[in-house]
Design a binder for this molecule. Sequence first.
Ligand code: HEC
Length: 134
Amino acid sequence: MKTILFLTGLTTFITLTSCTPTRKHMREADAQLLQSEQKMLAGEWTGAITLAEQAGEAVKLGIEARPVRKGADGKELDMSPLFEAWAKGPHLELLTALRDSQAERAAAAFVATRHQCTSCHIAAGRNDIPLSTL
Ligand code: HEC
């Protein structure tokens, strides 16, 4: 009995600690993206760009911490192509709009970027992750 309890505890511990780095980086990305949007609305373009770049870096670190995990279908899923599609798609569009100080274009890009954050979560079987929005 004690052995079983110990093993259950150990498995839980390993599961929790192996998840933590991704989650920490992802939460950072979520907060940075929101702050970036707030800066943009305040007309602080430089700050908005920096925060959007940091959000991209945080997502990257989150994926690198555990690039392969179980997908929605229960099979192993390589997250790297999904990350690349996100980084080179809506997130790059967001950075470009911010660098060009185009508010309307950036506003649309914030929506599209978060949309693709969520697409990746769904691909990973996590339909339940709420993202911060204004
Ligand atoms: C390429 C895939 C991918 C992209 C892109 C992605 N995420 Fe994630 N995210 C994940 C995975 C996988 C998890 C689940 C981590 C876990 O449960 O261990 C996750 C978890 C999260 C969580 C939950 C953290 C927690 O405490 O459980 C948040 C919040 C989050 N992501 C925010 C974002 C935001 C914001 C973006 C876009 C700016 C983003 N993610 C883009 C794969 C991605």
